[in-house]
Design a protein around this ligand. Sequence first.
Ligand SMILES: Cc1cc2nc3c(=O)[nH]c(=O)nc-3n(C[C@H](O)[C@H](O)[C@H](O)COP(=O)(O)OP(=O)(O)OC[C@H]3O[C@@H](n4cnc5c(N)ncnc54)[C@H](O)[C@@H]3O)c2cc1C
Length: 321
Amino acid sequence: MNYTFLINSLGPDRLKKDEPLAKHTYFKLGGPADYLYEANTLDDLVAAVQSAITYKIPYLVIGGGSNILVSDSGFRGLVIKNKSKEIHLKGFAGGVEKGKLDLKEAIVEADSGVPANHLIRYTLDQGLSGLEDMLGLPGSVGGAVYNNSHHLGHLFGDHLIEVLVLDLEGKIKKYTQAECKFDYDYSIFHKTKEIVLSASFQMKRGDKDSLWEVANAAVKRRATTQPLGAPSSGCIFKNIPLADAMRIGTPDTTQSVGYLLDKAGLKGLSVGGAKVSDVHANFIVNDGTATTGDVLALIADVKTKIKEKYGVDLTEEVILL
Ligand SMILES: Cc1cc2nc3c(=O)[nH]c(=O)nc-3n(C[C@H](O)[C@H](O)[C@H](O)COP(=O)(O)OP(=O)(O)OC[C@H]3O[C@@H](n4cnc5c(N)ncnc54)[C@H](O)[C@@H]3O)c2cc1C
């Protein structure tokens, strides 16, 4: 691949050559990217994607790297690490009371590179309700929109009203919430391969103290149910379909794949340095010596065992690159 034009366009000092992607993923796994570029602003992000399109270089945009499993051979092309960071109130209803802004309802717009937690804390500080259950979600706004990330039955796209994207020709385009076709672990961007630039959320005022209470409870719950100290990419598999849960007769027809893996006795199962977590059976953790190959072999082993035991076909939630 000829990178000369891309290097001239983005600037040699802004590009890292043969950058190990293990440094940019929560799993601490993944071989080198031919080039990695850090986009610090939306303008950077747009320029990098447009350059890659113009010079026909394969590109991949990542946010926090918390939901990806990158191949040991890495990525041939340009990886763009999205660190755009602006959040602002785009519109609001309310007034000024005792010299303070008294919001009744607001539209908050965030760049796609904003860490989801920064956005959530911002809305909590404004006393805006809707994202409080998600506090503790790793990764970026862009990654959470892409996969419609979820927690405790709430979906990231629930309060979203508009998304700005860059299409495959490098043109900016708008999507409404309905056009995003949000579903469990899905948005239309899986199909269109467009790049999320920013997202706007419409949120109503709530009681600040109660919102923080819910948010802190969500964080506490994560700390007690997830192996947060160990490198992982969160849940490996999607929850099982309701029909399977009913057929198997899970308690309260839970669709939790973690429950099923635990029941099958798979906690602690390992391949090389990759192990099914003892804390949460739907997490695979890297003991520091794992390769992506180890994780893939363990995923295959778990799928085979669950198919044999319960006749369920598991599908990956983690995105394989
Ligand atoms: C400890 C832990 C806990 C987790 N808990 C949860 C949870 O409760 N609920 C949940 O749903 N997930 C959870 N996850 C998974 C993950 O954090 C979320 O899916 C998160 O939203 C991914 O965001 P990211 O920026 O890290 O995406 P990345 O991992 O960087 O990317 C994921 C995918 O999104 C694409 N993408 C990223 N940015 C953009 C963009 N701007 N435009 C278009 N595509 C883009 C990437 O190309 C890739 O295909 C957890 C992960 C960990 C490690």
